[in-house]
Design a protein around this ligand. Structure first.
Ligand SMILES: *[C@@H]1O[C@H](CO)[C@@H](O)[C@H](O)[C@H]1NC(C)=O
Length: 406
């Protein structure tokens, strides 16, 4: 592809989506309803260690087919010290579940298997750092869609396909929230430790969860996706820990110090990248949200505008792109920024500002050090939350990123 010096790629999303990649479901016909499942369901009650929380995930298009397993209730990433929201949800594709002992476990994880290099997909939910109604399970629909397309790939369950290293697992992170005392139906109260968080608590939790996934499940390479403030957190995870007052690694609930590997790619959906910029001069059609932004930003980051600037990926100074270091062989870092042009809460200017920041940083970097930036402006992307509520387009875009197509 002919590339300009800026190395920024803009893709017309509508054109892109014409190439539908979801292969025809192999068991979609009603007459096939009684078809044998791709793999026999494991007999959970016979498992040697009963009480495990792996629950089968059934295919939305052929209901008796198991396409993966989801750990019911999430894992506490701080072990006994975890609060209610310090958990991570995990899904594993059926082809990668180790059923040898009658109990599914991720096949490459620390239960004895060796890591084979397949990446994880990890998601950080949005909700303006405070919404009690949005959590890690908001990724469930997208996760199930991805597991489904994985299972329906030709030869999905053959050993050759498994060795293609496409996807080892899917995780979605919960983190403590900031206060929301005037929430209409579920107001926070001051003694709630899960809803009293203040920056940098949120990013601490995210990094702890990433460390937990590395230690417990052998996650090395991963794509980190986030929606709204989850996109902010995903890019904050690429910055130097010292910006978040972390010196000498993250401590987990077992007393170990974890080194957290950075993601090889970040995908931001309808992301917030420059809060101070928005509050200072919101685009005209978004001016009515100025006070609401100020309220949640103050709740999450405090009153000091300098802190807002330093915390946000498009305004942080000194610049941070060089801090995003990959510790494995892969050198190329990638950012995919997806913004719906129908989003009534977050303006496209947030994404534009982020692109500009990368553009300027890239100018200072050598050719192989540049961050590849892909921008998808979706004219028919729906309102702010539609992309995760529906889960189909989000799955499609993430699939493209996993395939390396974008
Ligand atoms: C996840 O989504 C699938 C498909 O929409 C649904 O069948 C399932 O019940 C959901 N799981 C949970 C735990 O909500």
């Amino acid at each position: 592809m002919a590339m300009t010096t800026s190395s920024i790629i803009i893709i017309n999303l509508l054109l892109l989506l014409i190439i539908s990649f979801f292969t025809k479901p192999i068991t979609a016909e009603p007459s096939d309803f009684k078809q044998k499942p791709l793999l026999p369901p494991p007999k959970m009650e016979d498992a040697p260690n009963p009480g495990g929380g792996w629950k089968p995930v059934f295919d939305p298009v052929s209901f008796n087919t198991i396409i993966g397993y989801h750990w019911d209730g999430g894992f506490d990433y701080l072990h006994d010290d975890s609060t209610r929201l310090q958990t991570v949800e995990l899904w594993i594709p059926v082809s990668r579940a180790n059923l040898r002992y009658g109990k599914p476990t991720p096949s490459e994880c620390c239960f004895g298997g060796s890591y084979d290099g397949a990446p994880y997909l990890i998601y950080i939910h949005g909700g303006a750092w405070r919404d009690p109604e949005i959590d890690a399970m908001s990724f469930n629909k997208t996760a199930v869609n991805i597991l489904s397309s994985l299972a329906h790939q030709p030869g999905a369950l053959s050993p050759e396909q498994q060795s293609k290293k496409k996807l080892a697992g899917i995780a979605s992170i919960n983190y403590r929230l900031s206060p929301y005392p005037n929430h209409p139906t579920d107001p926070s109260y001051s003694g709630d430790i899960d809803r009293s968080a203040k920056h940098p608590d949120h990013i601490h939790d995210v990094l702890t969860a990433l460390g937990f996934l590395q230690k417990r499940f052998g996650v090395k390479e991963y794509i980190l996706a986030g929606h709204s403030c989850g996109a902010t957190l995903a890019l904050q995870a690429c910055m130097d820990d010292k910006r978040w007052n972390i010196w000498g690694g993250i401590k987990d609930g077992e007393g170990d110090v974890l080194t957290v590997t950075k993601p090889k790619a970040v995908v931001g959906f309808n992301g917030l990248y420059d809060l101070a910029g928005f509050i200072e001069s919101p685009p005209r059609e978004y001016k009515r949200w100025q006070e609401a932004y100020k309220e949640f930003v103050t709740g999450a980051f405090g009153e000091d505008e300098k802190v807002w600037r330093e915390a946000c990926p498009a305004s942080a100074d000194p610049k941070w792109v060089k801090e995003w270091k990959l510790s494995y062989e892969e050198k190329r870092r990638k950012v995919v920024l997806v913004q719906s042009l129908e989003d009534s809460l977050v303006p496209v200017e947030q994404t534009e500002g982020m692109v500009e920041y990368f553009e300027k940083e890239n100018e200072k970097l050598g050719e192989d050090e540049k961050v590849k930036v892909v921008v998808l402006r979706d004219a028919k992307g729906g309102d702010h939350d539609e992309v995760w509520k529906r889960g189909d387009k989000m799955a499609e875009i993430l699939w493209y990123v996993m395939e390396g197509a974008i």
